[in-house]
Design a protein around this ligand. Structure first.
Ligand SMILES: Cc1cc2nc3c(=O)[nH]c(=O)nc-3n(C[C@H](O)[C@H](O)[C@H](O)COP(=O)(O)OP(=O)(O)OC[C@H]3O[C@@H](n4cnc5c(N)ncnc54)[C@H](O)[C@@H]3O)c2cc1C
Length: 546
């Protein structure tokens, strides 16, 4: 059977609990349960099953999962921010089995080599992570690609569960138009921008969509096949059950407390009823960059001051938990075009074409995610450097206490992060203006320039720090530098290179909350690589399959 919304009596204790069934969590649970049939694995997911749900499997319905009332996404409300004109930003993340991979835009992009190497963590170099990304993917080369002999089969994966293709519906006229306009703006077409080295160009987009037009999410590609094949009775998935906290005995993780979604939330006088499940060998947290910090803090692992204010007894003072939140800022500027309606996703998104009609007709447009070209453009150093971090912390011990969530966007006192956006705005606008189908800006999605302005220029200013004062400079040896780096890492870090949470035993984290710094790409490939890496670490440590 494999899927439950009520934990059956025989599953009160398992070997491994994976909390959170998203991009990384599904991979961890599937790989370790497949490695050893004697190992019982329980994946606990807060959201619903995604199995064969048409709004998930058909790429064209992607916007339905991001509607304000969608049960497929979680919406994290940030604090009101003066840096954002007084707005309370909402950050979405996946909220059902498959997590972000079930609701994302399916764009296949990968980090740059320098992103991984800058983590400076043994075992997590760009070469290590390339192997993990490739383990997850089966890349279908498209007819337009010419590799100049570069791809000897090692750049992209060829036998992983997640198919990547450029097949299915494409709005070819628009795609060619954009690529041509980018070239006129000085950005050439590059056949493959996902080599981890290529940069400064535009590419015809590849997608996490298989050649038959189905979304590739980690639940459909890793979990469902194992549950269906009848050979993995050791893999169990508990759905609609939100993990509240990790249970500890003598600082060893021994299970989790969870709250079935069907339970009323309760209040101070009548707290919601919760349940428990025990893990004999390991608990792995994989609830995402916004979900995992709260679980750690409710469990007593976090900054002691924050835990005390929230009424949670401290088990380990770990000041890095919930700190250093970084994200990709996404701005959408829209343009009017001379395209025909069938060359856009408008009719699907607006509801002019119904889901039922399109599915009945098996329409080709169902396979389309609306992204036919993408680019990776690097501004010059003097144009911007963005190093702004936010944070997310609990304010109370219950799942329903709203987090204290500071996105940190645009909060750099030097303004470097906003300069990045100004650069991006101008760059994309020059491309759009060079497209043949360009028919003007959709004004309300653009900045409101003063009347009479030609919408010009605000240039980035160099923000070189002032020179040090009069004392002679200290001389540092390489070993001194390493010592400083180690101290900084320990002070801010939450997990070690094997994903163990500092200060406790039998607890690991495997999701996008662990990277020391952000990556320059859409994040799904990195999240999946973390899942593959975590599985390798667990299989090795627990000597599974031997
Ligand atoms: C709208 C959107 C569009 C995106 N587009 C792209 C794209 O085109 N290409 C790309 O590469 N990347 C894209 N991304 C990013 C990418 O999908 C995510 O970065 C990635 O899925 C994160 O993986 P994760 O494993 O860290 O977390 P998630 O995939 O978010 O997994 C976390 C899981 O934990 C569950 N959970 C949370 N709290 C609890 C709890 N208390 N108890 C139990 N379960 C819990 C959630 O329901 C979820 O299933 C997009 C993301 C979003 C939100």
């Amino acid at each position: 059977m494999g899927f439950y919304t009520n934990l059956p009596p025989h599953l009160q204790e398992v070997d491994i609990i994976v909390a959170g069934g998203g991009s990384a969590g599904c991979i961890v649970a599937a790989r370790v349960s497949d490695a050893d049939p004697n190992l019982s694995v329980l994946l606990v997911e807060g959201g619903a099953n995604n199995d064969d749900n048409p709004t998930i499997t058909h790429p064209a319905f992607l916007m339905a999962n991001l509607a304000p009332d969608s049960k497929h996404s979680l919406y994290w409300k940030a604090n009101r921010s003066n840096d954002l004109a007084g707005r309370e930003l909402i950050v979405p993340s996946g909220g059902l089995l498959g997590g972000g991979s079930s609701v994302n835009l399916m764009v296949y992009t990968r980090p740059q080599r320098s992103d991984f190497d800058s983590w400076k963590t043994p075992g997590w170099s760009a070469d290590d992570m390339l192997q993990c990304m490739n383990k997850a993917t089966d890349y279908h080369h498209h007819q337009w690609e010419t590799y100049h002999g570069a791809d000897d089969g090692h750049i992209h994966g060829s036998d992983g569960p997640m198919h990547v293709s450029g097949d299915g519906f494409r709005s070819s006229r628009l795609e060619d138009d954009f690529i041509d306009a980018a070239r006129k703006s000085g950005w050439p077409e590059v056949p493959d921008l996902q080599t981890m080295d290529a940069i400064d160009g535009v590419q015809r987009a590849m997608r996490y969509v298989d050649p038959a037009g189905r979304r590739q999410d980690t639940a459909h590609q890793y979990i469902h096949p194992l549950i269906a094949d009848g050979r993995h009775p050791n893999l169990h998935v508990l759905l609609e059950s939100r993990v509240v906290r990790v249970l500890f005995e003598d600082k060893r993780a021994v299970g989790v407390e969870f709250q079935p979604v069907s339970q009323p939330s309760g209040d101070n006088d009548n707290p919601p009823s919760t349940r428990f499940v025990r893990a004999k060998r390991m608990v792995v947290l994989s609830c995402g960059a916004l979900g995992t910090p709260g679980i750690l803090e409710r469990s007593g692992v976090g900054d002691a001051g924050i835990l005390t204010s929230a009424g949670v007894p401290t088990i380990i003072h770990s000041p890095g938990v919930g700190r250093n939140y970084q994200d990709h800022h996404m701005m959408i500027y829209s343009y009017k075009s001379t395209l025909f309606p069938e060359e856009t996703l408008d009719a699907v998104c607006s509801g002019r074409l119904s889901v039922e009609h399109l599915v009945q007709q098996n329409s080709g447009i169902l396979s389309w995610n609306g992204v036919d070209a993408s680019c990776k453009l690097r501004p010059k150093d003097e144009e911007c450097v963005s190093l702004v971090w936010g944070s997310i912390h609990i304010t109370g011990s219950s799942l329903d206490d709203s987090p204290d969530f500071d996105v940190g966007f645009f909060s750099d006192p030097e303004g470097s992060d906003i300069q990045m956006h100004i650069w991006m705005y101008k760059t994309q606008r020059e491309m759009a203006r060079r497209m043949r189908c360009f028919d003007g800006e959709l004004a309300w999605t653009h900045p409101q320039f003063p009347s009479g302005s030609q919408a010009a220029p605000s240039t980035a200013s160099s923000t070189t720090p002032s020179a040090p004062g009069s004392p002679p400079e200290l001389a540092y040896s390489d070993a001194d530098d390493q010592a400083i780096e180690d101290w900084l890492r320990k002070n801010g870090g939450v997990v070690d290179a094997n994903l163990n949470v500092h200060g406790v035993q039998a607890l690991k984290v495997a999701d996008l909350s662990i990277p020391p710094s952000n990556i320059a790409a859409n994040a799904n490939s990195a999240a999946m690589a973390i899942g593959e890496k975590a599985a390798l670490i667990l299989i090795n440590e627990l000597e599974l399959g031997n």
